[in-house]
Ligand binder design. Structure first.
Ligand code: HAM
Length: 416
């Protein structure tokens, strides 16, 4: 019986991996420059971490987590995101003791049982970062700039940074009330899901994609009109900081995010190129999360980029071509040449060959297919005469190379 991959879970094949690696390398390089250190967080955690961190009434926690009991009866969950784990590690290792601001980044797979569709997977990859320790708007600006510039580095085009402020513990309850009282008389016109959200998580109603709900919330009060003076000042500072850096953004007052830990700044980077799953990165400030998870009151902010969505916007990255193809004709040639081939590979040349010992014609066509720069031909005749033939695959020029000095000659002729 043929077993295929699980629905919504895909292989990343070598053709695509070059873009993934380019994105990862860009993130490593950019994030390190801004003072972030990599952290490797576990793939699974106690379920309670996500239930408390992300919020019990969010879609992720209610419907999307891969939760199971292990053999000891412990309730565990495959991580649906990285922020809760980073904050748990931050508290567990008392990182707040070392530096006033701790900057961490991570990359790896996340798991959500969502309905699979283009750009939406059940195992997907994120590259994210978290900065903990200050509520200064300068950090919001830095994080948003770093996200924008990282996306620019990989040439992700036609993207837009959308920004909102969700207020804090001082002003959010008032906004929640104002929104509920606006929706109260319109409740029966909302979709079933939003009717349920009305009590548990009314802000999420603003985010509903259904036409009927959107029409109703079009005139709903905006969170920005209910910000307390501190949140308003913070938001103004973030906007003017971005303007000073000439980082383009638009305000989206409906942007509420699907995770409950956010306070103040919330953002998404969207693209017009990917249809319904148009968010390629998202994040925000979470000034209450560390305390919620048992740590000292510590503000924080971060984002996560969706790797599959970003790489689908990137131009294809050409994999490295072989420097040299060895066309080995006969067992003796293979036996004598293999140590030399491996030595050259260790020293930096990318070398390919045909292990099946096919005809010269077959081997030359494989060399062509792999787009090797040079092909070296050695068979019994060459072993006898002490000379091999080196062919430049683009100019088709051939030259004879003496076997005793082959290693040296190849190193000087075929530089990586
Ligand atoms: P999120 O918005 O849930 O935020 O996910 C961030 C990004 O991950 C999304 O914008 C999207 O590109 C990608 N993504 C999410 N779900 C899927 C999926 N099913 N398939 C493919 N890509 C997906 C977070 O996860 C927060 N932890 C971000 C954050 C960090 N906030 C503060 N710090």
């Amino acid at each position: 019986m043929k077993i295929s991959a699980i629905k919504g879970v895909k292989d990343i094949l070598p053709d695509e991996i070059a873009r993934v690696q380019q994105l990862e390398e860009t993130a490593h390089r950019m994030f390190e420059r801004f003072g972030y250190s990599e952290i490797r967080i576990p793939i699974f955690e106690y379920t309670g971490l996500f239930a408390r961190g992300i919020g019990a009434t969010t879609d992720i926690v209610e419907k999307e987590m891969y939760t199971f009991e292990d053999r000891d009866g412990k309730k565990l969950t495959l991580r649906p995101e990285g922020t809760a784990s980073v904050v748990r590690a931050y508290i567990e290792h008392q990182m707040y003791r070392h530096r006033p601001v701790t900057k961490l980044y991570y990359l790896g797979p996340m798991f959500r049982h969502e309905r699979p569709q283009a750009g939406r997977f059940r195992q997907f990859y994120q590259i994210g970062l978290e900065a903990l320790g200050t509520s200064s708007s300068a950090l919001d600006v830095e994080v948003l700039a770093l996200l924008t510039w990282t996306l620019q580095e990989v040439n992700a085009t036609e993207i837009q940074l959308e920004l909102n402020s969700l207020g804090d513990a001082a002003c959010r309850p008032d906004y929640r009330k104002a929104l509920q009282s606006f929706l109260k008389d319109r409740l029966n016109k909302l979709c079933e899901e939003c009717q349920r959200r009305y009590e548990t998580n009314p802000l999420r109603i603003l985010d509903c994609k259904k036409e009927g709900c959107r029409a109703i919330t079009a005139t709903a009060p905006s969170p920005l009109d209910h910000l307390c003076p501190d949140c308003l000042a913070h938001f103004q500072q973030v906007k003017s900081g971005l303007n000073r850096l000439k980082i383009p953004f638009v305000i989206n007052e409906r942007l509420v995010r699907g995770l409950d830990y956010y306070t103040r700044t919330a953002f998404e980077v969207t693209t017009t190129k990917l249809g319904a799953q148009n968010a390629i990165a998202a994040g925000g400030r979470y000034d209450g999360l560390v305390e919620e998870l048992g740590g000292p009151p510590t503000p924080g902010i971060g984002f996560a980029m969706g790797v599959e969505r970003i790489t689908s916007l990137m131009r294809p990255v050409e994999p490295r071509k072989p420097d040299l193809f060895f066309a080995l004709l006969g067992e003796e040639a293979a036996r004598q040449m293999l140590p030399l081939i491996m030595q050259l590979q260790r020293e930096g040349l990318k070398i390919e060959m045909d292990y099946s010992g096919g005809s010269l014609k077959k081997q030359m066509s494989l060399s062509d297919k792999l787009v090797a720069r040079y092909t070296l031909i050695i068979g019994d005749n060459e072993l006898k005469s002490g000379k091999s033939i080196l062919r430049n695959m683009s100019t088709k020029e051939q030259q004879e190379l003496d076997l005793p000095t082959l290693s040296q000659t190849l190193k000087s002729l075929v530089k990586p």
